[in-house]
Design a protein around this ligand. Structure first.
Ligand SMILES: CC(C)(COP(=O)(O)OP(=O)(O)OC[C@H]1O[C@@H](n2cnc3c(N)ncnc32)[C@H](O)[C@@H]1OP(=O)(O)O)[C@@H](O)C(=O)NCCC(=O)NCCS
Length: 148
C-alpha cells in the first residue's frame, strides 16, 4: 500500500467512492479544483492502481480543516481509516499546523470513534448542517496551544 497526494488520474475511483459514501458527494469539478488549490492537501491510499481510501484537508494559517475522508465500502473495518487519519495528522503537524478541525454527522458513530481515538474532542454543533437537517458536531484536535 502506498500513500501519496491525489492526482487527476485518481478521480474516477475517488468519485465512485464519494457517491457510495456521502449523501452530497463532491463533483468532479470540485475535486479538480482541490488538486490545484495550494491550501489543500489530499492523500490517497493506493495499491496496484486501486484507490482504497482518500482524505483531504485545507491548511489555512496555522489551522487545518478536514474536508472529507472515506474508505471504499468493501475495505472498511480493515484499518485503512486509522492509517489515513494518522498520516493526515502527521502531515498537518509537519506543515506546522497548531490544530485540526472537522465536522461530522451526529449519527456517524464509526467516524466519531475514529476521530476520538486520535485525540479529537467534540467542541460544538452546527444545527441542521446537512441536507436532511441533521446536526454536525464540530471536533477539534489541538496539537500546540498558540503562543500569546
Ligand atoms: C469512517 C471511515 C473513514 C473509517 O474507516 P475504516 O477503514 O472503516 O476504519 P478502520 O478499520 O481503520 O477503524 C478505525 C476506527 O474506526 C472505528 N470503527 C471502525 N469500524 C467500526 C465499527 N464497525 N463500529 C464502531 N467503530 C468502528 C473504531 O474506532 C476503529 O478503531 P479500532 O480499529 O481501534 O477499533 C469509513 O467507515 C468510511 O469511509 N465511512 C464513510 C464515509 C464517512 O463517514 N467519512 C467520515 C465523514 S466525517
Amino acid at each position: 500500500m502506498q500513500i501519496r497526494t491525489m492526482e487527476n488520474k485518481d478521480l474516477n475511483q475517488i468519485l465512485a467512492i464519494e457517491e457510495k459514501s456521502f449523501a452530497s458527494p463532491w463533483s468532479r469539478e470540485a475535486m479538480e479544483e482541490e488538486i490545484k488549490n495550494p491550501l489543500a492537501c489530499y492523500l490517497v491510499l493506493e495499491e496496484q492502481d486501486e484507490v482504497y481510501a482518500y482524505g483531504g484537508m485545507w491548511m489555512i494559517l496555522d489551522e487545518a480543516h478536514i474536508t472529507n475522508i472515506a474508505v471504499r465500502p468493501q475495505n472498511r473495518g480493515e484499518g485503512w481509516g486509522n492509517f489515513l487519519l494518522y498520516a493526515m495528522l502527521e502531515q498537518a503537524k509537519k506543515s506546522k499546523m497548531n490544530a485540526i478541525t472537522l465536522e461530522v454527522r451526529e449519527s456517524n458513530n464509526i467516524a466519531r470513534r475514529l476521530y476520538e481515538k486520535y485525540g479529537f474532542k467534540e467542541c460544538g454543533r452546527r444545527k441542521a448542517y446537512y441536507e436532511n437537517r441533521e446536526d454536525a458536531l464540530i471536533y477539534w484536535n489541538v496539537f500546540r496551544e498558540e503562543k500569546k
